[in-house]
Write a new protein. Structure first.
Length: 256
C-alpha cells in the first residue's frame, strides 16, 4: 500500500513539473542586426594603406559612430571587433602614414636644395677658374680697374665676353681661347644666357635666378673683402646670394 502511495506521489510531482514547464513563456532569442557601419569603417581603414587620409578619416568617424550605436542598441562581438579595427587602422593611416609621407616630402625638398646649392657652387668655381686662367695667361684681368670692385653677371656681363673667345679680346691676343663654358640657363636659372650670336654673355645666373657676383684683386694687395669677410691668397672670388637672393646673409654660396 505504501509503495502505491509513493508511486502516486511521484507521478503527481512529475505531472506538476511538466505543467509548470509548459506554462513558462518561450525564450525569445533576439538576433541583433548586423552593424554595416562597423564593417564599412574596417574596410575604409584597410583602404587607407593606399589612399591615406582620403579613407583614414572616414574610418575614424564611422568607427566611433558604430561603437556608439552598438553600445546603445546592442550588437554582436564581431561588429564591435570590426569597429575597433576600423578605428585602429584609421588612426594609423591618418597620423603615422601621413607623418611618413610628410617626412619623405621634406627629405625630397632638402635633397633638391642640396642639388641646387652644389650646382651653384660648381658654376661659381668655373667662373673663378676661367678668370684665373685668363690672368695667368695675360697677366691682367678681363676687366680693368685699380680698386677692388664688386661686379655682377647681369649688369656687367658684357665685360667678360673675352672669356668666350669673342673678338672683344682681339686687342689682347689675335686668338682668344674659350675660357668659360657653362650649361645654358633654363628659364633664367642655373647657367649662362647668350645673345642671339651665341658668343656674347647676357648673364650668368645661379640655381635660383640670381646673377653671380665677382670681385677681383685689382689693387694686387693679396686680399679681397666680400661682405665684411677678408679673403687672402686669391686673385678673384665669385659668389651667389643664395636662395634668399639677399647679399651678405648666411645662405650665400662662395668660392672661398
Amino acid at each position: 500500500m505504501s509503495a502505491c502511495k509513493e508511486l502516486l506521489v511521484k507521478g503527481m510531482r512529475s505531472r506538476i513539473v511538466k505543467e509548470m514547464m509548459l506554462q513558462q513563456p518561450p525564450v525569445d532569442f533576439v538576433q541583433h542586426p548586423v552593424c554595416k557601419l562597423a564593417r564599412v569603417s574596417f574596410h575604409c581603414g584597410l583602404a587607407g594603406f593606399f589612399l591615406g587620409l582620403l579613407t583614414g578619416i572616414p574610418a575614424i568617424v564611422m568607427g566611433h559612430r558604430a561603437r556608439a550605436r552598438i553600445k546603445k542598441s546592442g550588437g554582436t562581438p564581431e561588429d564591435l571587433a570590426y569597429a575597433r579595427c576600423g578605428l585602429i587602422l584609421g588612426y594609423f593611416n591618418t597620423f603615422f602614414l601621413s607623418a611618413l609621407v610628410g617626412y619623405a616630402i621634406l627629405g625630397g625638398m632638402r635633397g633638391r636644395n642640396l642639388f641646387l646649392t652644389t650646382q651653384t657652387f660648381h658654376n661659381a668655381a668655373r667662373i673663378e677658374a676661367a678668370v684665373d686662367s685668363f690672368y695667368l695667361d695675360y697677366g691682367s684681368f678681363p676687366v680693368s680697374g685699380s680698386v677692388d670692385t664688386t661686379l655682377d653677371f647681369l649688369h656687367d656681363a658684357s665685360k667678360f665676353d673675352v672669356l668666350m673667345g669673342s673678338p672683344a679680346g682681339a686687342t689682347v691676343s689675335p686668338s682668344i681661347p674659350l675660357y668659360l663654358s657653362l650649361r645654358i640657363a633654363k628659364n633664367g636659372k642655373g647657367g649662362i644666357v647668350y645673345d642671339a650670336s651665341g658668343t656674347k654673355i647676357k648673364g650668368i645666373f645661379d640655381s635660383w635666378g640670381n646673377p653671380y657676383r665677382i670681385r677681383m684683386d685689382f689693387d694686387l694687395d693679396g686680399a679681397i673683402t666680400v661682405n665684411g669677410t677678408v679673403v687672402h691668397g686669391k686673385n678673384v672670388v665669385v659668389w651667389s646670394d643664395g636662395p634668399d637672393g639677399a647679399p651678405g646673409t648666411p645662405d650665400d654660396i662662395g668660392t672661398w
